[in-house]
Design a protein around this ligand. Structure first.
Ligand code: ADP
Ligand code: F6P
Length: 468
């Protein structure tokens, strides 16, 4: 069996406990552990002119290779092009998009630097699986250095429609290098359609059935691989939380009131101001819920080095304060707003105790929180998932109440519908969602992508000859 090499900007350190590392990191570590492999990425350290010599640490069957970065390169790559240009672009936030040539050059330098550091560790028959928008150019840089083996890429965030993608000044160069992967995985069929349309109309590529693309001399495949979660782990953690000390603390703090929960990184793609406004609207227009519903928004701080994220933090503090100022009673605070991370077991307990799961991003690749909320419910008396139609998860979780997060009054109306829904309807909707969450797990997702990448030559052989 070929060795698996995973590349990601953040690497869960070998010492990190599984529960803390998060679902994706655990699944990748498991996939690596099974077949033995290498995990390569940024060390989290910066130092001036860091040479392309990763620190290599072995833990069981997995080798970790961690590369330092020059501080200015790291800024241009992470805060600059990855999170100041690509993130807003892929989340349809053109107003927040900043493009600087120095950032684009820094992004290219970091991709080239990582390729130089990785190449000496690679064997010709390795399967290399690159994760996310930080490394779109990595395959091209590895090819320049002579690596001819299989390289796959998974884009965890949305792929924008051609009209939006064309706003990126470097769109043509980015896609020319993306074509150096053998397999490009996206979250949804919508994303696949968006990229294939760009490729055929703008890049003049030919597309064969099954998503095989011919661009200049290259052939590669584009397909959807909707990511899942470790459903069993959430089921177990949530069930174990019943009667725990933590659950009792939570219930006693609620004093019999209903809980509605939101769990999102503090990111402008998550639509948090709209969610807060919709909760305010619920209390305003449906006064029967005052003093009866508590909303808890868990929003760990993220990417504070980017100005938009700092501005969002200030905005939410103001909005949250205004809601509490207007509606709080001496024995009830409507909105609990927490900026801390929590262990998975605590999140599972909070999901289970919540009658509403509020997942209302303006745009999201998949949104794992939606799936975690479903997995954590009591099958006998489940809560209601309120889900943005602009989250990738909306394709699969058809039992959710779908909302348009730009329609604040419509969201408040849907919150009310969720709070008053019959138990029978809740069970039916939850059942439809849970089947999807349990069928398409993170483990199946990993296996499917790796199997397709391993056999990529078969897909190319089956595709008809070019003929646009
Ligand atoms: P994104 O990748 O954009 O952050 P997702 O919803 O797909 O959004 O994934 C977020 C992941 O981070 C989920 O697995 C969720 O449980 C985890 N997470 C979010 N907030 C917290 C928190 N406060 N503590 C611990 N984990 C969190
Ligand atoms: O969903 C995109 C993503 O990059 C995830 O892969 C990651 O868990 C999350 O955003 C956090 O981002 P960062 O690494 O910038 O903190």
């Amino acid at each position: 069996m070929a060795r698996l090499v995973i590349v990601s900007n953040r690497v869960a350190s070998p010492k990190e406990r599984a529960a803390k590392a998060g679902g994706l990191a655990v699944a990748l570590r498991e996939a690596l552990g099974k077949r033995g492999g290498l995990w390569f990425g940024w060390s989290g350290e910066t130092r001036p002119n860091a040479p392309a010599e990763p620190k290599v640490v072995r833990s069981g069957k997995v080798m970790y290779a961690l590369q330092d970065l020059d501080p200015e390169d790291q800024r241009a790559h992470y805060a600059g092009y990855a999170n100041g240009t690509l993130w807003p672009l892929c989340h349809y936030r053109l107003g927040a998009l900043s493009f600087r040539r120095t950032d684009w050059e820094g992004y290219r330098r970091v991709n080239a630097h990582f390729a130089r550091a990785l190449l000496p560790l690679l064997k010709p028959d390795d399967i290399v699986w690159v994760h996310d928008y930080h490394f779109i150019l990595l395959a091209a840089e590895l090819r320049k250095l002579g690596f001819e083996g299989r390289i796959g890429y998974f884009h965890h965030i949305p792929w924008p429609t051609p009209e939006v993608f064309l706003s990126l000044p470097s769109h043509a160069a980015l896609v020319r290098d993306l074509a150096q992967y053998d397999l490009v995985g996206l979250q949804t069929e919508n994303d696949v359609r968006a990229l294939l349309t760009y490729l055929s109309t703008e890049a003049r590529a030919w597309i064969a059935p099954g998503g095989v693309v011919g661009l200049n001399e290259r052939r590669f495949r584009v397909a959807a691989y909707p990511i899942g979660i470790d459903a069993d782990a959430f089921v177990k953690d949530a069930a174990a939380s019943v009667g725990s000390e933590e659950e009792e603390r939570l219930q006693s703090s609620l004093a019999g009131r209903v809980l509605a929960v939101g769990v999102d990184r503090l990111d402008y793609s998550k639509g948090l101001p709209n969610k807060f406004a919709a909760f305010g609207e619920l209390l305003n227009h449906y006064p029967q819920h005052r003093s009866r519903v508590t909303m808890m928004q868990i929003a760990p701080l993220s990417r504070g080095e980017v100005a938009e994220y700092r501005a969002l933090r200030r905005e939410l503090e103001e909005l949250g304060g205004a809601i509490n100022g207007e509606y709080a009673e001496f024995d009830w605070v409507p909105l609990r707003y927490l900026n801390r991370p929590f262990p998975r077991a605590t999140l599972a307990a909070i999901y289970r105790a919540s009658k509403l799961g509020l997942v209302t991003p303006l745009r999201d690749g998949m949104n794992l929180v939606a799936k975690e909320y479903v997995a954590a419910q009591d099958p006998d008396d489940p809560g209601v998932l309120i889900l943005s139609r602009f989250a990738g998860a909306a394709d699969e979780l058809t039992g959710a109440l779908l909302v348009n997060p730009y329609d604040v009054e419509g969201m408040a109306e849907t919150f009310d519908a969720g709070l008053t829904m019959s138990r029978e309807e809740r069970r039916e909707r939850w059942g439809a969602n849970m089947i999807k969450v349990q069928t398409n797990t993170i483990h199946n997702w990993c296996e499917r992508f790796i199997a397709d990448l391993s056999q990529i030559a078969d897909h190319f052989a089956e595709a008809p000859e070019p003929g646009r």
